[in-house]
Each structure stands twice: as C-alpha cells, then as structure tokens.
Design a protein. Structure first.
Length: 349
C-alpha cells in the first residue's frame, strides 16, 4: 500500500519539474534547505554554512506560486502537509506573518526579516550630505558612488569642487613661477617678512585711562575693606548699573517653566525600560535596486498586531520607533479573523 502511494506521488505532474526549485526540510535549522534552484533567488532565503535556506513564510509563498517542491525524508509534501510542517499545529502568530508577507510580496514590495542593525547612510538629502560624500571620495582616492551622482545637488557641487581645485592649482603655479617685471624684465618677488609695521600701538585716550584707573581703584578698595563689605561677589555685582538695567528688562518677560533636566532623564529612562512592539519585516521598494548582500536603509518597517492584542497607543508606537538604530516610519498592520489586512503608517518628527 505504501509502495503504491509512493509510486503514485512520484508520477510526473502537469507542471514540469524544471519550473520549480527543490527544497528539503532541515530539522536542525528548522528551515527549508534549497538543494536545487530554478531561476533567481535574489530576494528569497539566506546563506548559512555554505547552504541556501528559506524562512517558513518564504517557503510557503513559493509553494503557493508553484515555484518550490518541498520534500521531507525524501517524500514530496502537499500544501496541507507543508502548512502543518512549516507553521505547526499550535496557535501562533506565524499565520498572520505569512498572510502579511504574501500580500505585500504579491503587490510588488520586497520584505526581509527585520534585523536591528546600523545601516550606513546611503541617502543624499541635503547639499551638505553631497559635499561630504564627494570630499570623502576625494580623500580616499575613490570614485564617487552612484547614489551620490544620482542626487540633484551633484552636478552643481562637483562643478564648484573642480573650480576650487583649479584656483588652488593656478595659485600654486604662480608662486612657483613668478611673473616678470614690465620695466626690467626680471622676476619680482614680494618679501612680506621684511615689511614690519612700526608703532602699531594704539594711543589710549586720557579720559578713558583715568576712568578705568578710578574704577579699578574703587574695586580694589571695596574688596580690601572687609569691615565695610563682607558679602559675596554676586552681591557686590548687584550694585552695578548694568545689573539693574538687565534686571528691569528681564522682569518684563513672561517666563514659562519647562520640564527640568531631571524629569527629562526620568522620562528617557521610562521609555528605555519599555520595549514597545516587535518589528517583523523591513520593507523595500522594488525599483530602488535592492540587493540582499548589501541592503540599504528600508523605506519602512512592519509591525504586525495579533488578533488578541489591543490597538497600541502613541506611547507604545513611539517606544517601538525609538528602539530602531536607524529610525524609519512604522507600518502597523492588523489581520482580523476574516483574513482582512489593514495598515496604518506612522511618521515621527
């Protein structure tokens, strides 16, 4: 009976096998190991110990679009058996994650498992970013990266760089080859070291000197006479005319007290203690040249809200936003019991 079932399952199907990749379940990694590829797997899977593996949601998606044949102990699994193997029989959030991954992948987005790592800045948002990128390339004697050349500021700033470089070279050439004098035909060198200015000391006016001498003498007298003045330096300065004038000006201000530094530090500690929500996926646009070997900063990140979870408040979303090393907008996705997906995009300034 078992032999007949194996023989029946081993018969060629309508779809030819050459159009599908072959994967085997690896119990040690709890993932699908690709043993034969068909086509490009640029955005699917990851490499570990020289092998190519697929996440459970990637394997399910490829199974549903008929691009993968999954085997378990040399047996070909059906879609129903693959569901049980990849997602398990117990209730978990894997099914919601797969629905979100499948929906966004079908409409053209690229979803990658979230890794909270620090990405280098590959975006030119201001002219200053373009200047520093060109300057770094010049110092390293390397070509300017393509993402800098595609920016709106590159052509103008590069032209300014070349102009400044030419001006410096021309000035250096003039110093090495001085121009000839029109009268004698000999080179004229300007020696600024011998041009010494004489008597540059500014003459102080007698009335100003007398005023400062009297003022310093009065100060020393008040400091030295401890019997008359025994207060602090601050009390002594309060008698000055300048202090009284500034005091009158500041008394006209309406001062609004803000949160003290101690309260701000307590608030930062409270936010740090709160973990926020879990981020599931990093999302990239398909037309931005995504490469899994060297990914850039994602366009936004997906937070999946389970059916039993309450809708988060602003503080919870802000804590989730703050725990990112490179902060990007968050997309909160909810999946209800009827498999309907709703998404809310959060921006924080």
């Amino acid at each position: 009976m078992v032999y007949q079932l194996q023989k029946q399952l081993s018969k060629p199907r309508i779809e030819r096998l050459a159009g599908r990749a072959v994967g085997q379940w690896d119990p040690s990694f709890k993932a699908v190991r690709v043993v034969r590829k068909d086509g490009k797997f640029g955005t699917f899977g990851y490499s570990a110990k020289g092998e190519h593996y697929l996440e459970y949601y990637e394997a399910m998606f490829l199974l549903e679009v008929n691009r993968l044949q999954l085997e378990y102990n040399s047996r070909i699994l059906s879609i129903e058996q693959s569901y049980l193997l990849l997602m398990g029989e117990e209730k978990s959030g894997k099914f919601q994650e797969y629905l979100v991954y499948s929906h966004f992948t079908r409409v053209g987005y690229i979803l990658v498992k979230h890794q909270n790592i620090n990405f280098p800045k590959y975006q030119v948002e201001t002219p200053e970013d373009c200047v520093w990128a060109i300057f770094e390339a010049e110092l390293q004697h390397e070509s300017v990266p393509d993402y800098v050349k595609k920016s709106l500021y590159y052509s103008k700033i590069k032209q300014q760089f070349d102009q400044i470089r030419n001006d410096i070279k021309q000035q250096h050439n003039k110093q090495d080859h001085p121009t000839a004098d029109s009268n004698g035909g000999q080179d004229v060198l300007m020696d600024f070291a011998n041009k010494k200015a004489i008597n540059l000391k500014r003459k102080a006016q007698d009335d100003q000197r007398e005023y400062y001498d009297n003022w310093n003498r009065a100060k020393r007298g008040r400091y030295s006479n401890t019997k008359i003045f025994k207060g602090s330096l601050v009390d002594f300065l309060k008698d000055e005319v300048e202090y009284k004038r500034f005091k009158e000006q500041f008394e006209k201000f309406d001062i609004v007290p803000l949160t003290s530094y101690a309260d701000e530090e307590d608030a930062e500690d409270e936010l740090a203690e709160e973990h926020g929500l879990n981020i599931s996926f990093d999302v990239y646009l398909h037309n931005e040249g995504f490469r899994k070997s060297s990914p850039h900063l994602p366009n936004f990140r997906i937070v999946i809200l389970q059916a039993e979870q309450k809708f988060p408040n602003h503080r919870e979303m802000y804590c989730t936003y703050r725990k990112q090393l490179n902060a990007v907008p968050l997309l909160l996705v909810t999946v209800n019991e009827s498999k309907q997906i709703q998404a809310f995009l959060y921006y924080f300034s």
